[in-house]
Design a protein around this ligand. Structure first.
Ligand SMILES: Cc1ncc(COP(=O)(O)O)c(C=O)c1O
Length: 388
């Protein structure tokens, strides 16, 4: 809390969104106080009510991502778990995988682990603004290539990758396309069919306005036979069998789920559907444009990533002269009540691509509920820090 104003300016939506819409909290309280049962397990009316909460959340997410069958949405605890299911479950020694030079460590670390197990990896470089050229991807495909994994938008620069073009390349070459939508689910339009996405990993706690501990994975039909689950166990279904169910979502949802979190996620996704992704996107673009225009006139400020707002989400990385990003972020927090994230943002590859490794940047991630005035206050604060 800022000691003079009594409020904070929250620009860390790229890490996790806050505050959540009231509907998210209300759905969690409703579950905690009035439902409480274990979904798909016991058969009494509170267990059935819990099952309905989960199904409604699946349906909201399916509607948001153009998924025809909601049962193909698997709940996970975050995007990282969803990405691990795909990468560790699908790739075998001898396979080749392609990824971009802007990947988060939630992709890079499983891939580096798999490299040690005999999977080969090509990182297709991006330009200085973090953009991937689909022709470079096409040229990097090998006969043993099995998967292309790419972040939909960078958590460092906001750079939006040409996913539909990548979907076409994947289809042409018989690859699977896995999209890391941690930064874009709820913030940009996503249609898995139209964009040719086979596997979509998403966070529930960022632009979908769910609580932390939620995320998910869409798996296109017929792929579950290829993807070994990370976890095996009770699903409440087919209890007579000791073998893991082969059908979705149960194949990848062992153990009692995070029902209270999924209740919140379902309400968050419902909020996004009701507001409309296009409207949310327009508002976030306005905030980003306001910041970019203001930052352009500040001496000593260097902004990274695409020049305008069209090719980026509401994420902006910048440096202030020779002020260390961690020092700047601390000053923004302690003196101005502005909350952001400095450093490498779990994405050393992206920082190498844009030339900010190992120093890192200050990252502002704007959100739908931010106000113009907050952006203006931040610009004033940055000017003051730069002028010291
Ligand atoms: C691009 C990207 N991928 C993956 C992740 C991991 O998401 P989660 O925290 O939901 O596991 C993040 C979160 O910061 C991200 O920004």
């Amino acid at each position: 809390m800022h000691e003079r104003t009594g409020r904070v300016i929250y620009f860390d939506h790229a890490a996790t969104s806050w505050p959540k819409p009231p509907a998210t909290t209300a759905a969690m309280v409703e579950y905690a106080e009035r439902i409480g049962g274990s979904p798909g397990r016991s058969g009494h009316h509170l267990s059935l009510a819990a099952g309905r909460v989960i199904l409604e959340a699946r349906e909201a997410l399916a509607a948001l991502f153009g998924i025809g069958d909601a049962l193909r949405v698997v709940f996970t605890k975050n995007a990282t778990e969803a990405l691990n299911i795909v990468l560790l479950g699908l790739l075998r020694p001898g396979d080749h995988v392609l990824a971009s030079g802007m990947e988060h460590n939630s992709v890079m670390r499983p891939l580096r682990h798999l490299e040690n197990q005999g999977v080969s990896l090509t990182i297709v470089p991006c330009d200085g603004a973090g953009l991937l050229d689909p022709d470079d991807v096409r040229r990097a495909v090998e006969p043993r290539s099995r998967l292309l994994v790419v972040t939909h938008a960078s958590n460092v620069t906001g750079t939006i990758q040409p996913v539909s073009a990548l979907g076409c390349i994947a289809r042409e070459h018989g690859l699977l396309l896995c999209v890391d939508a941690a930064q874009t689910a709820g913030a940009l339009p996503i249609d898995v069919e139209k964009m040719g996405i086979d596997l979509l990993a998403f966070s529930g706690h960022k632009s979908l306005f769910g609580p932390q501990g939620t995320g998910g994975l869409y798996i296109r039909e017929d792929l579950e036979g290829l993807i070994r689950p990370l976890m095996f166990g009770g699903t409440g279904s087919r209890s007579e069998h000791e073998a893991q169910p082969e059908f979705l979502p149960d194949r990848y949802e062992s153990g009692t789920p995070n029902t209270i979190g999924i209740a919140g996620l379902g309400a968050g996704a419902g909020f996004v559907l009701a507001e409309g992704v296009d409207r949310i996107r327009r508002r976030e673009e306005e905030l980003t444009a306001r910041f970019l225009a203001g930052a352009a006139s500040l001496p000593g400020i260097k902004v990274f990533g695409p020049p305008g707002t069209a090719g980026r989400t509401a994420v902006v990385s910048f440096q202030i002269d020779d002020v260390a990003p961690s020092t700047a972020a601390l000053t923004l927090d302690e003196e101005f009540g502005i909350l952001c994230r400095p450093g490498l943002h779990c994405s050393p590859a992206a920082h190498r691509t844009i030339g900010t490794f190992p120093r890192g940047t200050i990252r502002f991630g704007f959100g739908y509920f931010n106000r113009d005035q907050e952006v203006d206050q931040a610009l004033t604060a940055i000017r003051a820090i730069a002028g010291r």
